[in-house]
Write a protein that binds this ligand. Sequence first.
Ligand SMILES: [Ca+2]
Ligand SMILES: [Ca+2]
Ligand SMILES: [Ca+2]
Length: 145
Amino acid sequence: MIKKQDFGKLTKQLGLRDEFFSELLFNNFDDDKNGYIDFSELCTVMNIIMKGSTDDKLEFIFKVYDLDGNGFLEKEELYQIVESIYKIASNSKFFDTKEEMLNYVDQCFEEADQDNDGKLSFDEFKTRAKNDPKFLTSLSPFQDN
Ligand SMILES: [Ca+2]
Ligand SMILES: [Ca+2]
Ligand SMILES: [Ca+2]
């Protein structure tokens, strides 16, 4: 069983230096919300990460980013996430300033929100992520290379 404290250390070693994200991930791993990640919970997530299809992975990311768990991504949630990512990725590959990054979120959001209801459903998120790899990379807390 993994406690939240140990999980924080683990994600740090994996290059995730932001507590906000560590907490987000922990809450998502901890399926039964008992404050510990047990072996089967860990396996479920590892399976998605190692063997999951793109859709499985997108669904996982979507759930992590849906901070209030209402089944939709709101712009405020994306702002929080992107801001947190910006803190981690001090030399971000894509953006020079935070404003630039937030503008990008605005722009992506408008484009992704196909029915213009001000929130992204999983389908809208998935469509956007598949058509624009930059969208997904810019939303990923892990900086590959
Ligand atoms: Ca648990
Ligand atoms: Ca939400
Ligand atoms: Ca929508």
